[in-house]
Design a protein around this ligand. Structure first.
Ligand code: RM4
Ligand code: MN
Ligand code: MN
Length: 396
């Protein structure tokens, strides 16, 4: 017998986790400046403490993505201490994000830099990150490159592609069997004429060339307007190359707005393609769900709780699509019926079941309200206000 709607929602909730980024708790801004929040985290300890709150109240964010340059002040040597802190605050370290875009040496690129010494420095930093990942037991080393150029004719595009391929192969060779590397693409920014890994096709080819444990990472903000992201997801799934997501929403560019704040149906459609794949193959695609957002207007912890609960809702809704029916409608080209299948699921209010599920897990029914009532925000605002006064305009 088919599972009831309630059972389906509960199962979806039981299996859904989403990773939060350490950088989402620090003061960040736009390229025009920063609005400093008195409660923003000023150290890796404070970031992990805040992340711990998100997990404490939502129960679905047990791991934290870390940026090595920002969170491991002494690189590899900081690993044991950062792991201890994660444990102290009830989370674990998730994907390891190298930073090969901030140092002055990376002005003209990292793995795609014409200077072999710079390419070597970038490679070494990423290899250190692979080592950190081995020690932390993190599965994914997540690679994003700021490499690109601003003006036609200034960069040897094919040569740089070659350098990337060589670098990624070397990195892949150092992965343990438990590790993966994720290759993230982005069509613009900081390079505005070309970026070296501009789209999913380029990321796919580079990941394939690197080796079997390299997969593609889809950051939802890294597409041109109107691009059909769920189609990209479907193609990557059928190639067994979808490694994970960086979720955020956008209106214009890489806006890093709250997931589902502009277009929740888009997120639903992505989750639907994955659920449809899982149903058809009778197995779950192995995908790392991560959030890549940082907010300078909303409170960071509240916003992360809002994001996690929105993700739970949209993911649960996508499980309510009747796949057998949908497959039949598609075969019959019953367009309205097929479309209604999706819309019916999207329109279902799953929040009452979500509240029940939380109760059954000993979690607060309303994570945001519970967090607000906890007094944590008042306490950290008192403790950190002074440190945040005159904070420097950097992501760290
Ligand atoms: C990029 C990309 C990366 C993130 C950096 C800071 O746009 O989304 O994932 O680490 O920003
Ligand atoms: Mn990203
Ligand atoms: Mn981005």
């Amino acid at each position: 017998m088919a599972a009831s709607t309630e059972e389906t929602v509960w199962k979806r909730l039981d299996t859904f986790q989403i990773e939060i980024p350490s950088w989402g708790f620090a003061n960040t801004g736009t390229r025009f400046g920063k609005f400093i929040q008195p409660s923003a985290a000023t150290s890796i300890e404070e970031k992990l403490s805040d992340a711990g709150q998100v997990h404490l109240f939502t129960g679905c964010c047990p791991s934290v993505a870390v940026h090595v340059l920002w969170d491991f002040p002494e690189g590899l040597k900081s690993t044991a201490q950062v792991m201890r802190l994660a444990e102290k605050y009830g989370v674990r370290l998730g994907s390891i994000n190298p930073n090969v875009f901030q140092d002055q040496i990376y002005k003209y690129g990292s793995l795609g830099n014409p200077d072999p010494q710079v390419r070597q420095a970038a490679l070494q930093h990423i290899l250190d990150c692979v080592e950190i990942g081995k020690q932390t037991g993190s599965r994914d080393v997540s690679l994003w490159f700021g490499d690109g150029s601003n003006f036609p004719g200034t960069a040897p595009i094919r040569q740089r592609r070659q350098w990337f391929e060589e670098g990624l192969k070397i990195i892949h060779a150092q992965l343990s069997p438990a590790q993966r590397m994720l290759v993230e693409y982005k069509p613009f920014e900081p390079g505005f004429y070309h970026t070296d890994i501009a789209d999913w096709g380029m990321a796919l080819l580079l990941a394939r060339a690197a080796g079997p444990r390299a997969k593609v990472l889809v950051d939802t903000g890294h597409h041109y307007q109107a691009q059909n992201i769920e189609q990209i997801v479907a193609w990557l799934l059928s190639e067994d190359m979808l490694g994970g997501f960086h979720f955020n929403d956008r209106r214009y560019a890489d806006d890093d707005l709250t997931l589902g704040s502009i277009d929740p149906y888009q997120v639903f459609r992505i989750f639907h393609e994955i659920a449809f794949f899982n149903w058809e193959k009778a197995r779950r695609a192995d995908i790392a769900y991560m959030i890549d957002q940082s907010h300078n207007l909303k409170n960071k912890i509240e916003e992360m709780i809002q994001t996690a609960t929105t993700a739970q809702e949209l993911h649960a809704k996508a499980g309510l699509v009747d796949h057998a029916k949908l497959a039949r409608y598609q075969e019959e080209c019953a367009l309205i019926d097929a479309e209604e299948c999706l819309k019916q699921a999207f329109a279902t209010d799953v929040r009452p079941w979500l509240r029940e599920w939380r109760r059954s897990k000993g979690l607060p029914e309303d994570p945001l309200a519970a967090f607000r009532a906890s007094g944590y925000l008042d306490r950290i605002t008192r403790e950190r206000a002074e440190k945040n006064q005159g904070a420097v305009a950097s992501y760290a």
